[in-house]
Design a protein around this ligand. Sequence first.
Ligand code: ADE
Length: 222
Amino acid sequence: MKISILTLFPNLFNEFLSTSIIKRAIENNKVEIEIIDFREYSKDPHKKVDDTPYGGGAGMVLQCQPIFDCVEDIKTPESKVILLTPSGIPYKQSVAYDLSKEKHLIIICGHYEGFDDRIESLADYIISIGDYVLTGGEIPAMVLADSITRLIPGVITEDSHIEDSFNENNLLDYPTYTKPADYKGMKVPDVLISGDHKKIDEWRKNESIKRTQERRPDLLNK
Ligand code: ADE
């Protein structure tokens, strides 16, 4: 799997690419993550990539030319193009699963007041990571690259994501604990120390349902 990220702020990705599981996935050739500064594609003498909005209004709008030329340059028949914007379709684990099966993802990070709307014509997916507005698409791009990379076979152990929140059963994850069994009077539930795996499975299932009812009742209605 290759992920190409189109951004005006390539430096933001340095730590992301050189830390922990993402770093290891890159070193083990499970994923290639390419960061492209699309300003390089600008045909403007001053490498300008944005301009004021038609009809007036605040802020600057990303122009078509640099982004169209960049996508045309790197796109292959196997590429899927993702546009990140708060006006996109909400991102969720099932979309991460679908995307983790693709060969090449091109992720476009917006900035300033947004994109010229004609840029949407390039996109196979228009995605928002949540109902809030960030200063740009770089953090959302890391959210996608991270959540997709960890689903690529061999990046983390299969068990780790089979038991994640939001899997097919649409339940939140159950509570987990580690040593010590008593921390400042807060005790690990006896059942987890009992060694009775049937009881442990039952307890975990019930806790998942309870937690989902309390925190995300909307998931249970799906
Ligand atoms: N750019 C700014 N805010 C965003 C969001 N919530 N999702 C995706 N891209 C964004």
